[in-house]
Design a protein around this ligand. Structure first.
Ligand code: GH3
Ligand code: MG
Length: 305
């Protein structure tokens, strides 16, 4: 763990650095408050900080205040070093946002133990952030394919509709539904069906542009949101997706299987009455048409005025 040491006295600073290195810490040093504050604003700034109270210019308490006013994550654990040991000073330091303080001259063992306590807090918080991030991913992504899940892709669609309306830009969606997927499950088993879904998700994702969004909308149905695309661009895009599945058989345990997909496209129109539901419905109708026209093809929705 990297510790930021802010101390204006070079001898004390050197002494601290040597001690911290002996205890297995890396150090970043600052010789005044301004420098400490600058270093604390960098990405990957140290999360454990030893601040001398008395420094020329910005003092340790001021740095504390700035860190706490900024807030945000991850948490910065601050130990204030001070020659002041009156109760009022201690209260002032803690009120400014210090987590702990040590009065100079400090006992090395005490510093070591207090650093360990700080480290526990920093580690716990990092673990909490990691777990929360993991939960966020689980809540928004489909476990099988890793794509956005139904709720998340709908949410994205709502936001993209609002954005397109605001900016007066085009927006299309396509719904892609694997053809006769039930047959694959029935003849090759559900586990192989899962592998096919994963591979299909992979191929469809590779066929879209970087700023498009794709989610698993149902069992073997995918929703693709295409910001900035008019219908003819969306159609070409959908053709690319269709070909990405159909042109090469899928390798599965024990052989290979041909998989095709049908796609329905709809475009956001100027009509105020067109919302998420009607956009999805229009793409669904187009998809139904693609299915009834023999599958493995792309169909557009009828333009509603
Ligand atoms: P169509 O061309 O008309 O779309 O026919 P289809 O067989 O693809 O459509 P249908 O709706 O009849 O069947 C879809 C099948 O997808 C049925 C369901 O068991 C299967 N399915 C849905 N989710 C999963 C999944 O997560 N894994 C697997 N292996 N199969 C799934
Ligand atoms: Mg299907």
């Amino acid at each position: 763990m990297n510790i930021l040491v802010a101390e204006d006295d070079p001898v004390s600073r050197r002494l601290l650095e040597t001690r911290l290195a002996r205890w297995g810490y890396q150090t970043t040093s600052a010789s005044n408050g301004e420098e400490a504050w600058r270093l604390l604003q960098l990405e990957d700034a140290p999360r454990l900080v030893i601040l001398d109270w008395m420094m020329p210019g910005m003092d340790g308490v001021e740095v504390c205040r700035k860190v706490r006013t900024r807030g945000g994550e991850p948490y910065t654990y601050i130990i204030l070093l001070t020659a002041k040991d009156s109760k009022d000073d201690v209260i002032l330091g803690l009120e400014a946002g210090a987590d702990d303080y040590l009065t100079k001259p400090f006992n090395a063992h005490e510093l070591e133990v207090r650093l360990r306590a700080g480290r526990r807090i920093v580690d716990l918080q990092a673990e909490l952030i990691r777990a929360r991030e993991e939960l966020r991913i689980q809540a928004t992504h489909d476990a099988l394919t890793g794509l956005w899940n139904r709720a998340a892709i709908r949410d994205i669609l709502c936001r993209q509709i609002a954005r397109a309306r605001r900016e007066g830009s085009h927006l299309c969606i396509s719904i892609a539904d694997l053809d006769h997927f039930k047959n694959i499950n029935d003849t090759m088993g559900h586990a192989t069906g899962d592998l096919v879904l994963q591979e299909a998700a992979q191929r469809l994702s590779s066929a879209i542009r970087q700023y498009d969004f794709i989610g698993r909308y149902g069992g073997e149905e995918f929703l693709v949101v295409l910001p900035g695309c008019d219908e003819s661009v969306a159609e070409k895009q959908a053709e690319r997706m269709r070909k990405s599945l159909g042109e090469m058989p899928f390798l599965v345990p024990g052989g290979s299987v041909s998989v095709t997909v049908s796609l329905g496209i709809s475009a956001l129109t100027d009509s105020d009455s067109m919302d998420v539901e009607s956009l999805l419905h229009a793409a669904d109708v187009a998809l139904y048409k693609a299915k009834s026209d023999g599958r493995n093809c792309v169909r557009r929705a009828f333009r509603q005025k």
